[in-house]
Write a protein that binds this ligand. Structure first.
Ligand SMILES: Cc1cc2nc3c(=O)[nH]c(=O)nc-3n(C[C@H](O)[C@H](O)[C@H](O)COP(=O)(O)OP(=O)(O)OC[C@H]3O[C@@H](n4cnc5c(N)ncnc54)[C@H](O)[C@@H]3O)c2cc1C
Length: 305
């Protein structure tokens, strides 16, 4: 239990459903949305002094937060925004909370090519680095130069080059290490026609919004593709589109999405994930692994077929 008055911006008992795109999740014991690096550093130091567990979230667009909530301090980065683009060299620097679609649009306007694929991903730059977010043939690892990270234990910062981050399909070493991404630098291609880059960016967004359920709360693709197979095709092939458990439903539009049709709990979403995994394993002998990250405690998922 925290003993001292905390730094500016610290809040007690904050419901996390408003901070995830699935619109589910319990309460964070302590919560803050730092607006600058100094404030963030103070909050991290406070949690360390108080011996509190620290969790960092971005836009919450790849997170299933437990209904039981989260102990310790949850830091949401989505107000830590800002970016600088050099249209001559193609060098782009962004704070961790900058929305990746905003960065993609700004890059297009500056005639910088490289981030057109990212416009439909409703996450932050920090989340994109941690997840190696990608779409339509592109991914973060291809364009990232380096990321500045904070070690919450020591308070030290370090710059990690892209080749030090163990990037793979939707993976980086930051998923295992408790480092806080503060900012990232990208090397984009300069000298492109802004109108052409903008058109490619808009076309990418259109192709996604016309084939995926963007109007309902979701976390995008729930399962990693078991290459060379596609998780969505396996699930659809088993007739599972529309399968519901409480307020959670396998999207009738895209089988790799689970949508919250209203009032879903995290437990219902978690159980539906387990049910889909079970059906795919039984039918194809393939273990589907989640792309979505769980935060907090979840129950035992021994589900009947
Ligand atoms: C409609 C929809 C479509 C989507 N489409 C795609 C897609 O095409 N491709 C794709 O890859 N993803 C997609 N996603 C998933 C999601 O948007 C990405 O994974 C995104 O990169 C997550 O960013 P975030 O800021 O929301 O991170 P969060 O979901 O908040 O966090 C994800 C992980 O990163 C960690 N994290 C976040 N920020 C930081 C930080 N600053 N420092 C340290 N750790 C941090 C969290 O602890 C967590 O482990 C989609 C989601 C939705 C809702």
């Amino acid at each position: 239990m925290a003993t001292q008055a905390g730094p500016q911006g610290l809040r007690r008992s904050v419901g996390l459903a408003d901070y995830t795109t699935w619109k589910v999740g319990g309460t964070a014991d302590w919560f803050a949305e730092p607006e600058g690096l100094e404030q963030l550093t103070e909050l991290v130091a406070w949690a360390r002094r108080e011996g509190l567990e620290l969790r960092v979230i971005g836009a919450g667009s790849n997170l299933l937060v437990s209904d039981a909530g989260l102990a310790g301090l949850t830091l949401c980065q989505r107000r830590l925004q800002g970016s600088q683009l050099d249209s001559g060299s193609g060098l782009v620097e962004a704070l961790a909370g900058e929305p990746i679609p905003t960065l993609a649009r700004r890059a297009a306007r500056a005639g910088l090519a490289g981030l057109e694929w990212s416009v439909g991903i409703p996450g932050t730059v920090g989340g994109a680095v941690v997840m190696n977010a990608g779409a339509q043939g592109g991914c973060t690892a291809e364009w990232l130069l380096d990321a500045t990270v904070l070690d919450p234990q020591s308070g030290a910062t370090a710059v990690l080059r892209a080749d030090e981050l163990d990037f793979a399909y939707r993976h980086s070493r930051l998923q295992q290490e408790p480092l806080v991404v503060l900012s990232a630098r990208f090397q984009l291609e300069s000298g492109h026609d802004p109108a052409a880059v903008g058109q490619r960016t808009s076309a990418n967004l259109h192709s996604r919004t016309s084939s995926q359920p963007y109007q309902q709360p979701s976390c995008g693709s729930v399962f990693r593709n078991p290459e060379p197979r596609k998780a969505g095709q396996l699930i659809e092939g088993l007739g599972l589109k529309g399968l519901s458990l409480g307020g959670a439903q396998v999207s009738p539009i895209h089988a790799n999405f689970i949508v919250n049709t209203g009032g879903a709990s995290a437990a219902e979403i978690d159980q539906l994930i387990a049910l889909v995994q079970q059906r795919v394993a039984e039918a194809h002998g393939i273990a589907l692994h989640t792309e979505v990250k769980r935060l907090g405690q979840f129950g035992d998922l021994a589900l009947a077929a």
